[in-house]
Design a protein around this ligand. Structure first.
Ligand code: NDP
Ligand SMILES: O=C1OC[C@@H](O)[C@H](O)[C@H]1O
Length: 375
């Protein structure tokens, strides 16, 4: 790797759960493997709210540090507060449950750190707006880690649909994500209202993002907000949304979208998103949160479809979270406070849609995690 001219982002990892392991692992992948010559990453600290030993174990076991042949080992902290005092930490990756994002991001911003926070950004749009105000007032970079937006395959799908117009005029899109967690208990973050559980915030955000990427961001829609109807079926014990479906009318673009999410039955189709236009269809292959291929099938005539053509995309050497990390590094290098490919207005808009769906189903979280702490 030739890092002599590359800008280095110095990361602190806040929380040591499942996704923190994947993201931190991706930070350690040589950027040259994805043809990124201009930025690289260093993990300078890891913090666990459980203990410093847990943070140490994350570095040694989860990241398998010894085998990585890296120069400096990250510092292990036993609390988030302690890590946020570390001057070496430039940007923090927040990987706590949904319920904690708002408070943790505020903590980071108050400590003068740039932030990349896992999805969903917060519990509601008011909280997101507050974080945006704080970041802007402190001139700090802030981004929701909606990682698929940075995948080359997603950029290519948007180019084909919106610029090349391979399908001609778009008509409709169907997107879904259903997941079944074999060992999920009622306390699991997905089922637990105290942790901001529910299908919409955790899983639905992906099929919702596919609707935004395809129909909302179609130039003919001129970014006009859709008219939405939704339906929610709550979990009988914990009351979070177990099944959630939305229908979008994009009036300007004259398209209709349908999305659905749940945490009880898996999406079986390998093709989670289907976009249909006047000339044919484009399907995106599994997974909605980690797309790897798409197929275009053009129509021969009104009754007959032509040969499907599949294009595959590699995710070189990791999980694919390095692309969003590279975007953060470039923004820091360039003195930008938000990412070009995923500006904060996207996150506010997403949270507003999810607020609307929750309001129509009277789906509330405990006040302690819905609150906004403007001083
Ligand atoms: N982009 C993606 O593909 C994915 C994103 N996610 C998102 O990442 C976030 C974390 O998910 P995931 O890693 O699966 O969750 P985990 O439960 O595996 O990890 C969450 C971590 O947060 C910390 N934490 C702090 N307070 C609490 C608390 N009260 N209860 C539980 N954990 C707490 C813990 O770390 P510690 O003890 O070290 O402080 C814990 O390990 C969620 O927002 C989720 O939506 C999740 C999966 C995939
Ligand atoms: O972001 C996610 O993507 C994958 C899912 O399995 C997980 O629950 C979710 O948080």
């Amino acid at each position: 790797m030739n890092t002599s001219r590359a800008y280095t982002a110095r990361w602190g990892i806040l929380a040591t759960g499942g996704i923190a392991k994947k993201f931190a692992g991706d930070l350690l992948v040589d950027p040259a493997t994805r043809d990124a010559q201009d930025v690289c990453h260093q993990i300078v600290a890891v913090a666990s709210s459980s203990s410093a030993e847990r943070a140490q174990a994350f570095i040694e076991s989860d990241l398998e540090w010894a085998a990585r042949n890296k120069a400096e080992k990250p510092h292990a902290y036993g609390s988030y507060e302690e890590m946020l005092k570390d001057k070496q930490v430039q940007i923090v990756y927040v990987a706590t449950p949904h319920s904690h994002h708002y408070a943790n991001v505020l903590q980071c911003l108050d400590a003068g750190k740039h932030v990349c926070c896992e999805k969903p950004f917060t519990i509601n749009a008011m909280q997101t707006k507050h974080l945006v105000d704080v970041a802007r007032s402190k001139k700090l970079f802030l981004m929701e880690a909606m990682w698929i937006r940075f995948f080359p395959i997603v950029r290519e799908i948007q180019r084909l649909l919106h610029q090349e117009k391979v399908l001609g005029k778009l008509h409709r899109a169907h997107s879904e994500l259903g997941v079944h967690f074999d060992n999920a208990t009622l306390e699991h973050r997905l089922l637990n209202p105290e942790l901001g559980g529910g299908a919409l915030l955790d899983l639905g955000i992906y099929p919702l993002t596919w609707q935004l990427l395809t129909l909302f961001e179609d130039p003919s829609n001129e970014r006009q907000a859709p008219r939405i109807t939704s339906n929610v079926l709550k979990h009988p014990v914990t009351g979070v949304d177990e099944f959630t479906s939305l229908i979008f009318n994009f009036e300007k673009g004259h398209t209709q979208g349908i999305m659905t999410a749940n945490f009880t039955v898996r999406t079986h189709s390998q093709q989670h998103t289907l976009i249909q236009g006047e000339k044919g269809d484009l399907t995106v292959h599994w997974a909605p949160f980690r797309p790897t291929a798409f197929t275009i099938t053009l129509r021969k005539n009104s009754d007959e479809l032509g040969e499907p053509k599949t294009t595959e995309f590699d995710i070189p050497g990791g999980h694919g979270m390095f692309w969003e990390a590279d975007a953060c590094a470039r923004a820091l290098r360039d003195g930008k406070f938000e990412a070009d490919l995923h500006p904060l207005s996207n996150s506010i808009f997403t949270m507003e849609i999810m607020d609307q769906v929750r309001a129509s189903a009277n789906l509330k979280y405990p006040q302690s995690i819905e609150a906004v702490h403007r001083s």
